[in-house]
Design a protein around this ligand. Structure first.
Ligand SMILES: [Zn+2]
Length: 259
């Protein structure tokens, strides 16, 4: 099944493409699905990815970039929202890019015990020594138009990137706010600190609602737009699993995960 949700937004001088749509679900018996959002921002001064996904998204990421005419060598910046495996593994695909992650997140990720968390230890260790690593602080201008907001809760150094396009704001939340349910309830399913999460989601709302028409791109959901205080999804949820319960490879069942 291929996604028809190939969304492109040309806003001001910024071209934004959703490479992979995050999905607001969690598997019940097998740990996280890890269906996370990857977004591309192109501008005459840079070609940046916000998050780069996990192993399962590698081929889709490569294919979609190819379709958009972007070679891995062309990517100038990778903005990681946090260190979890489903968002951060594929920084290794972009040899020329500066890899941005918050200093707080990096410090925390390097302290995590091996084999106990969703932090990919070996990738984080390699990133620590990478020549193009850039450690991000709170409220810093990362690239022209793009600022960082450290929003702890999901992880201690989770970072939200806010793009000021001139007329509106685009807020890339990562897992500081994974989906619409978290955004509206101001609480989270996976958090190290529920109070920090609530404050972070309040900060996300402030950034998003600063001007009418803002776009919010969460870590595990579709983009949403805010008009006159009303939230509207852009696109449709699309996810499905192909399963073999029979003796033949030719006989499979498609189980839709769409609402
Ligand atoms: Zn996460």
């Amino acid at each position: 099944m291929t996604s028809e949700n190939k969304q492109s937004f040309l806003i001001g001088t910024f071209q934004i493409d959703i490479i992979v749509h995050g999905f607001p679900g969690k598997s019940v018996c097998h740990g996280p699905l890890g269906f996370s959002t990857i977004a591309l921002i192109r501008h005459n001064e840079f070609t940046a990815l916000v998050d780069v996904g996990g192993f399962g998204q590698r081929l889709i990421l490569n294919q979609r970039l190819k379709e958009l005419g972007v070679r891995p060598d062309d990517v100038t910046n990778v903005l990681l929202t946090h260190s979890h495996f489903d968002h951060a593994i594929n920084w290794v695909n972009f040899p020329n890019a500066n890899i941005h992650i918050s200093r707080k997140e990096m410090t925390w990720a390097l302290e995590q015990p091996t084999g106990k968390t969703y932090v990919p230890e070996l990738y984080v260790a390699a990133l620590k020594d990478h020549q193009n690593l850039v450690l991000v602080e709170h409220d810093e201008e990362i690239l022209p138009g793009i600022k960082s907001l450290i929003c702890p809760g999901h992880t201690p150094g989770s970072t939200v990137y806010v793009l000021d396009t001139g007329d509106s704001d685009i807020v890339f939340t990562g897992d500081a706010c994974k989906n619409r349910a978290e955004l509206v309830s101001r609480a989270a399913d996976m958090t190290y600190d529920a109070n920090a999460t609530k404050n972070s989601i309040n900060d996300i709302w402030s950034a998003w609602s600063r001007r009418d028409g803002g776009l919010l791109i969460p870590g595990h959901d579709l983009p949403m737009v805010l008009n006159n205080n009303s939230i509207r999804y852009i696109g449709k949820h699309e996810a499905a699993i192909k399963v073999w319960f029979d003796d033949s490879l030719n006989k499979s069942t498609l189980i839709s995960l769409s609402p």
